[in-house]
Design a protein around this ligand. Structure first.
Ligand code: CIR
Length: 260
């Protein structure tokens, strides 16, 4: 099921990286991030979100959680409610504790995912009122089913998408609104996404499959010219930023913020 309504975001929440981010979880084999470069890149990211018209709330870093700058995984924000997730990596699970305080400033309806359900919101792709939920090493069936039940309470719905190799669903997919789906790797031929119009990312630019639509703009990671051109040819204005230090931790553009 696809919906072509284009949404408009007004807010973003980001979390400043902490010095211990250099010890974040990774499978990337790109070396350790440079903290001062990461701070600079994070400021560029905030500027890009502002350029797209968002009010950006910047949260203080959480020193005990190296991956907490990837705030997208700890909460899901929709037009009607927010969900505090139950992150699937044990060393990241405690990030959820800090989300209620933050979200209550913006949402009167706050839901939660409970154990044994686990869910990282990097596994959740929103397309209008319909949500695709990756079943991954971080998100289990129980967590996804809890989310689907929450969605139904608010007149929304969703479906599960088992992953093979990707870390998160949105590692390999980005919804660019207007029925356009940026798609890579294992998702290219997945029939679940066949109703979307595909913009297919080449294997050697796979990281750019996590580009970020915000209010008609698409923020694209620096260094992936073919994908940038494909997105521009589909009619979008792009903003390019360097997020190399976050890529070293398997993190992409969407992971670095909550948008609503
Ligand atoms: C992790 O492994 O959890 C972090 N190093 C990267 C999280 C990236 N988040 C995302 O794709 N939503």
């Amino acid at each position: 099921m696809t919906i072509s309504l284009e949404r408009k975001f007004t807010n973003a929440i980001v979390r400043k990286p902490c010095p211990d981010m250099v010890n974040g979880i990774t499978s990337a084999n790109l070396g350790k991030p440079d903290y001062s470069k990461a701070l600079e890149q994070h400021l560029q990211y905030i500027s890009a979100l502002k350029e797209c018209g968002l009010n950006v709330t910047v949260l203080e870093s959480l020193n005990d959680f190296p991956d907490s700058t990837f705030i997208e995984d700890a909460a899901l924000c929709t037009s009607k409610f927010a969900v505090i997730t139950n992150p699937g990596a044990p060393e990241r699970n405690g990030e959820k504790i800090f989300m209620h305080e933050v979200l209550k400033e913006f949402f009167s309806n706050i839901e939660e995912i409970y154990s044994p359900g686990t869910l990282d919101a990097g596994d959740v792709m929103m397309a209008g009122n319909y949500f695709y939920i990756g079943i991954s090493e971080r998100t289990n069936h129980e967590g996804a089913e809890q989310l689907i039940n929450i969605l139904r309470k608010y007149g929304m719905d969703g479906t599960k998408v088992p992953l093979n190799t990707m870390l998160h669903l949105k590692t390999g997919l980005s919804y660019l609104e207007n029925n356009n789906l940026l798609v890579s790797g294992e998702f290219i031929n997945n029939p679940v996404f066949s109703e979307f119009s595909h913009i297919t990312v080449e294997e050697n630019e796979a990281y750019a499959a996590n580009s970020l639509w915000v209010n008609g703009y698409v923020i694209v990671p620096e260094g992936f010219p073919k994908t940038k051109l494909l997105i521009e040819n589909a009619g979008y204005q792009t903003i390019t930023i360097n997020v190399s230090e976050f890529q070293k931790l398997d993190g992409g553009l969407s992971c670095l913020s909550l948008r609503f």
